[in-house]
Design a binder for this molecule. Structure first.
Ligand code: DGL
Length: 261
């Protein structure tokens, strides 16, 4: 099974992308809804939670791990890679590779949670890959709660997106990385406010593409992955709003199963 974890339900955008890219592969998802958000927490706490989440997925049959959460990917990747022997995917590297591939002027923008932006990870990775890259980042802390409230199409959300993107627009970015699980759900507004010519990199699609590539090139891993088209969705807390958000992201009704922690 492909095991995916996130701080909450935003990581379902990665599940959605995986369902498109690798249809029929069994998945197990864990959303840490009781402890969300991670984007405002310390590095140590996010690392501890990431270890617990990975343990849960492995204990329940995962043979590869996907850290769908940008915040966890930003601060916990090294720990998770060193601690476990299974293949581990994070969302930063594939988004960086795609951004550099499509960028015309190497003027790149990154948006994410405060924790992701202050980790500086996107900037660091972009510059390691291409030292000519100019990277402008902006934390967008209000976007996650707006998506979770289902305010994807409200005028207030458009206004806030516009305000957050303003400093990046003045830098004339040509490519913008959506460095947070929730932002693909605002892709239309973000595209509109960033400007038509700006290329938008969706980290959920980027990671799904790189997992597909990996699986196709590593038959020994592919053989370990069941393909009955079954996906289970575990969360650490359930409320009516969580169920609504999950169904809205996946565009279908799913059953959330509670894990007592
Ligand atoms: N999943 C987080 C991320 O991608 C967003 C929500 C949170 O702050 O926990 O950064």
């Amino acid at each position: 099974m492909i095991g995916i974890f996130d701080s909450g339900l935003g990581g379902l955008t990665v599940v959605r992308a995986l369902m498109e890219r690798l249809p029929g592969y069994d998945m197990i998802y864990f959303g840490d809804t009781a402890r969300t958000p991670y984007g405002t927490k310390s590095r140590e706490t996010v690392i501890r939670y990431s270890i617990e989440n990975t343990d849960f997925l492995l204990e329940n049959g995962a043979s590869v791990i996907v850290m769908a959460c940008n915040t966890a990917s930003s601060v916990a990747t090294e720990t998770i890679l060193n601690r476990y022997s299974v293949p581990v995917f994070e969302v930063i590297t594939p988004a960086v590779a795609q951004a550099l591939q499509v960028s015309t002027g190497l003027n790149l923008g990154v948006i994410g949670t405060r924790a992701t932006i202050s980790s500086g990870i996107y900037e660091k990775k972009l510059k390691i890959k291409n030292k000519k890259a100019r990277v402008f980042s902006s934390p967008c802390p209000l976007l996650v709660p707006l998506v979770e409230e289902g305010w994807m199409n409200k005028p207030e959300t458009r206004m806030i997106v516009k305000k957050y993107l303003h400093p990046l627009k003045t830098r004339q970015i040509d490519t913008l990385i959506l460095g947070c699980t929730h932002y693909p759900l605002l892709k239309k507004i973000i595209q509109e406010k960033a400007g038509k010519r700006v290329k938008i990199i969706d980290s959920s699609l980027a990671v799904a593409g790189s997992i597909k590539n990996y699986v196709e090139n590593n038959p020994e891993v592919n053989d370990l992955l069941a393909k009955k088209g079954e996906t289970r969705f575990f969360v650490s807390d359930i409320t009516e709003q969580f169920s609504k958000t999950a169904n809205a992201i996946l565009n279908k009704n799913i059953v959330l199963e509670l894990v007592k922690k």
